[in-house]
Design a protein around this ligand. Structure first.
Ligand SMILES: [Zn+2]
Length: 146
């Protein structure tokens, strides 16, 4: 493939990637709110004396919603109250989307960097060819004059 063709393909690809990145960044800006952590449901044993749940797992209570999250480097778990459940749930699912998009943006940045390095390589290749051509002409000129 000719260098000019290669360059235009690379530039096209960089444009596509940066457009994708703008779209992702716009989504992130409009995400509204996030809830760090993940929501999960679990059955529990109560502490009521003589409750069946303590004898047989099938009588455990729930399921109840809990949030697992990291705070100061430690994994924590807390119960999620009814009044906050839908907001926490929505925020937690947005949190997943948020980090997925962040990961894709990082990937895009790496790809763009690679393509820009590719342009450098083509430039070097072009420069080599240019110098070769100049030297070739010089030799020819010498032969003619000599
Ligand atoms: Zn119980």
């Amino acid at each position: 493939m000719k260098h000019r063709e290669q360059l235009s393909k690379i530039r096209q690809r960089i444009n596509q990637l940066s457009q994708e990145r703008v779209t992702l960044e716009t989504k992130l800006m409009r995400i509204g709110y996030l809830n760090p952590g993940a929501l999960y449901w679990r059955y529990i044993e109560c502490r009521k004396r003589g409750c069946q749940c303590q004898k047989d797992k099938k009588y455990r209570h729930g399921p109840y919603p809990y949030l697992t999250y990291v705070e100061e480097g430690r994994i924590k778990v807390r119960y999620v109250g009814k009044e906050e459940l839908s907001i926490v749930e929505e925020g937690a699912s947005r949190y997943v989307v948020f980090w997925r998009n962040m990961a894709r943006i990082r990937e895009i940045n790496k790809l763009i960097l690679k393509y820009l390095e590719g342009i450098r390589d083509i430039r070097i290749e072009e420069e080599k060819l240019r110098r070769k051509a100049i030297n070739g002409n010089k030799k020819r000129d010498k032969r003619k004059s000599g």
